[in-house]
Write a new protein. Structure first.
Lengths: 250, 171
């Protein structure tokens, strides 16, 4: 049986896992070695954060569940990540902008979640905030470098915003399990961080000279398990080994 | 076989032998990841040690190795009555790194976390960098990449001696 707390933990973990997995796809393909390493380091932090949330969820779940059960043995409709995390990497500009948007969301989320009524969640958020701040700094610099860069890099950043803008606001609409936990002070009300998030977005987009309008519509469904077709392909690759050889380990 | 007569100080001394696998000049004590060693008396009057550690970075693969190495080091000294517990809060900071640890880092060729920036700030504009080049001590340095060979390091170069070097990020 799945409780609100478990669903919320999986939502937080799935966001980090999927984004981390997408970033890890750049391993060996980055535009320069330093940035290849940057993205894989960010991926590592995200994977670590996902593990903390999965471990907590597994302890609550019992029945011999482990962090791996959640990552490897759930089907797409059981994942609760926001859709933006599972979108394909596209070109470097799209990857950078997606990371910036997600880091900005996580930054504002963890800033409040570190005061969660649930001590364990608060501890994870406090730890994750430090890493997220660093990710945000890195991606912000790249937003400006590419947006205020060459004619081509700017065009690609404008294109990136066109690809991503319809996936931003899903984050701010609480799922039923979030609403339930907001009342008890365990979860952060995502709607409450929208204004400060928007301020940061606007500031960085202006500096990056990328035309920006607040999106008034959003794709959604991820929090409830309704995903894009891309998630299935990720899981096919990520879960293959455990599906083909159940229980296999190093 | 009876447990050897040991105290908390003995445990700390043994932990000094356990090095960070990525930066082998630093012991786990130097790194500041040992938060506490406690002696616990159980109902049968037996003692047990609890070693409380905290991770540096969430995904740092060295943490599992470090945990195993702590276990092996204590076993090697005949100590089996212990457990290792991981805590996340308060979150690890480079401010917990010992002064000798920082000196060892510099001698090893890695710039130590800059004490000027050790207070954690969530201001994303803050520019954090090394105090000096570990090779020639020049303060005229610039960043090559915010991310380096491991989760805890960034890549810098010295504008005077022109050497690139690792910087143990302030965290």
């Amino acid at each position: 049986m799945s409780t609100s707390l478990e669903s919320y933990l999986l939502h937080l973990a799935d966001n980090a896992l999927l984004l981390g997995h997408r970033n890890s796809e750049w391993c060996g393909h980055g535009p320069v070695l330093e940035q290849d390493i940057a993205l894989t380091n960010i991926a590592l932090d995200l994977l670590g954060q996902a593990r903390y949330f999965y471990q907590y969820a597994a302890e609550l779940h019992g029945e011999k569940f482990t962090e791996d059960s959640f990552a490897y043995l759930r089907d797409a409709n059981e994942f609760k990540n926001c859709l933006i995390c599972e979108l394909p990497n596209g070109h470097w500009g799209i990857t950078v902008m997606r990371q910036f948007i997600c880091s900005a969301l996580q930054f504002h989320l963890y800033s409040k979640l570190q005061y969660s009524a649930d001590e364990r969640i608060a501890g994870i958020a406090e730890k994750a905030l430090k890493e997220t701040t660093y990710h945000l700094k890195w991606s912000r610099q790249w937003m400006i470098r590419l947006g205020d860069g060459t004619v081509e890099s700017r065009e690609r950043m404008i294109e990136a915003w066109g690809e991503l803008k319809d996936y931003v606001n899903e984050f701010f609409e609480p799922a039923p399990y979030e609403s339930e936990l907001i009342i008890t002070g365990v979860a952060v009300n995502p709607a409450e961080i929208q204004a400060t998030f928007n301020d940061l977005m606007k500031e960085v987009f202006v500096e990056a000279t990328i035309p920006f309008e607040f999106p008034d519509w959003t794709q959604k469904g991820g929090k409830a398990g309704l995903h894009t077709e891309h998630l299935g392909y990720i899981l096919a690759e990520m879960q293959f080994l455990q599906r083909a050889y159940p229980g296999q380990s190093w | 076989m009876t447990e050897p007569d040991i105290n908390i100080q003995n445990i700390y001394s043994i932990l000094e032998e356990v090095k960070d696998p990525e930066v082998p000049v630093l012991s786990v004590n130097d790194l500041g990841i040992i938060r506490k060693v406690e002696m616990i008396f159980d109902d049968n009057g037996k003692t047990r040690f609890e070693i409380i550690i905290t991770p540096t970075y969430s995904g740092c693969p060295a943490m599992d190795a470090i945990s195993t190495n702590i276990r092996m080091a204590l076993f090697a000294h005949g100590i089996t009555n212990f457990s290792i517990k991981q805590v996340l809060s308060p979150a690890w900071t480079t401010a917990w790194m010992s002064e000798t640890g920082k000196q060892k880092l510099v001698n090893y060729g890695i710039a130590a976390p800059n004490a000027l920036h050790e207070k954690f700030s969530d201001k994303i504009m803050d520019d954090k960098g090394p105090a000096a080049c570990p090779l020639c001590s020049s303060t005229n340095t610039s960043v090559i990449s915010e991310f380096g060979s491991t989760a805890c390091k960034a890549l810098y170069k010295c504008n005077d001696c022109l050497e690139p070097f690792d910087y143990f990020k302030c965290h």
